[in-house]
Design a protein around this ligand. Structure first.
Ligand code: PLP
Length: 411
């Protein structure tokens, strides 16, 4: 499908899409070729992808092309424009080992979590399970059920899994599950300490107990390898602006094929049905939803943002998520090593199973440390008592050394 000839304004310049060789020892050099995609590397040291990602050049160019076209002739939304959305769903599916029919395009993570929270029709006396200290996008949609007396969900119990350094143990999930549990919903990676969750074991547990397994993918998809089938995920929601290097206003939700039937649609829109795409059958009100997750989409899309997202997805797939993961671990390994025998501590779990692309650093006077880093042009975040460092594939060893030099210079 991607090879299908595209409209020139969608994709004007032929580009080499050979990708890098997984086994190639020159991976580092290959990846450094991509630095030109990120002009921010010329002005500062950006190690803050858990917060947001700079947009690659090619993605900005795709957005500009679309907006220019829109200025010039209104950028008519015809079949080919819908085809581009299909291709975007296809790329997302490839990224997480799903099928394109299981992908719905949404502007953020929260939309997908709400689809699960509302659509499962959880009733008073039943319960859902989420981790404590979770990013609120995966908390409020569940807490909100307790406030809604009209839907019969008032009195739904939200059970919190105890976490240590962000780690969720499958055993502690199992202890909380009972016959009234209607969902387990957890983040792929904890937003503050960067603990990757063992989705494979937790997913297998949920499957065994017959409990829907919902995942907030925001802090891992795009940088860590993920196979939604192997992890038995029923629904995964993810925004695009962090590790997917896409504009704000982009995101997606994976809804497993068999799970789609179990979700009651809270919203239903004109773009969910076959017909209006050609703008000829707008007054045909027969209820013919598109097959698949697409029928959960509601109305007009932020097209320009998705043009940017499509290019960012091609970039990530061109490199390969396994290569990206490998590269990021090389960088965080270096940081961990350089901070040994200093006054700083690593607050993130360091065992292989729970490592992610986020590293949280503890120490004294973190306010002062943070402002010294900012003064030195190094972008990181301060989260929950730690300095959160989050490199992506195009960062370099030299940038990590620079971060360490500033950190050491403060103590
Ligand atoms: C784990 C996690 N989920 C979700 C979000 C954002 O949610 P949304 O895409 O709905 O704005 C963030 C951060 O912004 C996050 O860290």
């Amino acid at each position: 499908m991607l090879e299908k000839k595209e409209k020139s304004w969608m994709n004007p310049a032929p580009r080499k899409r050979g990708g890098v060789n997984v086994e190639d020892p020159t991976l580092r050099e290959d990846l450094s070729n991509y630095r030109d995609e990120f002009p921010i590397t010329r002005t500062c040291t950006f190690l803050n992808h858990a917060s947001r990602s700079p947009l690659p050049n090619r993605s900005l160019q795709a957005i500009e092309r679309f907006l220019r076209k829109s200025r010039e002739d209104g950028a008519e939304f015809d079949e080919e424009a819908f085809q581009f959305l299909n291709e975007t769903r296809e790329l997302i599916a490839r990224l997480i080992c799903a099928s394109p029919q299981e992908i719905a395009l949404f502007p953020n993570t929260s939309m997908g979590i709400n689809i699960a929270a509302r659509g499962l029709q959880i009733q008073q006396g039943e319960n859902v399970i989420i981790p404590e200290k979770e990013f609120p996008a995966n908390v409020f949609p569940w807490l909100n059920l307790q406030r809604d007396s009209r839907s019969g969900s008032e009195g739904v119990e939200v059970r919190f899994i105890p976490v240590e350094k962000g780690v969720v143990s499958p055993e502690s999930v199992e202890e909380l599950i009972d016959e009234k549990t209607r969902a387990v919903s957890i983040g792929f990676v904890d937003f503050s300490r960067g603990a990757k969750r063992d989705l494979e074991r937790i997913g297998a547990l949920c499957e065994k107990k017959g409990v829907p397994f919902i995942v907030d993918g925001m802090q891992g998809v795009g940088v860590l390898n993920l196979d939604v089938k192997r992890c038995r995920i029923d629904l995964l929601a993810c925004g695009g602006a962090k590790w997917l290097m896409s504009p704000h206003g982009t995101g997606f939700t994976y809804i497993r094929e068999g799970f789609q039937k179990k979700i009651q649609r809270t919203y239903f829109g004109w773009l969910a049905v076959k017909g209006p795409e050609n703008f000829e059958d707008l007054l045909d009100y027969s209820f013919k939803p598109f097959p698949g997750a697409r029928s959960f989409e509601v109305g007009t899309y932020p097209y320009h943002d998705f043009y940017g997202m499509k290019e960012s997805l091609i970039l990530l797939l061109e490199i390969g998520i396994k290569n990206i993961e490998k590269r990021v671990f090389t960088l965080t390994d270096l940081l961990i090593k350089k901070l040994e025998h200093t006054s700083y501590s690593i607050l993130s779990p360091l065992d292989t199973c729970h490592r992610s692309a986020i590293l949280s650093i503890g120490g004294k006077n973190l306010e002062g440390v943070f402002s010294s880093l900012t003064d030195a042009g190094i972008f990181v975040s301060k989260r929950e008592g730690g300095i959160r460092v989050s490199p992506h594939f195009y960062n370099t060893e030299e940038e990590i050394e620079k971060l360490v030099d500033v950190l050491k210079g403060i103590t």
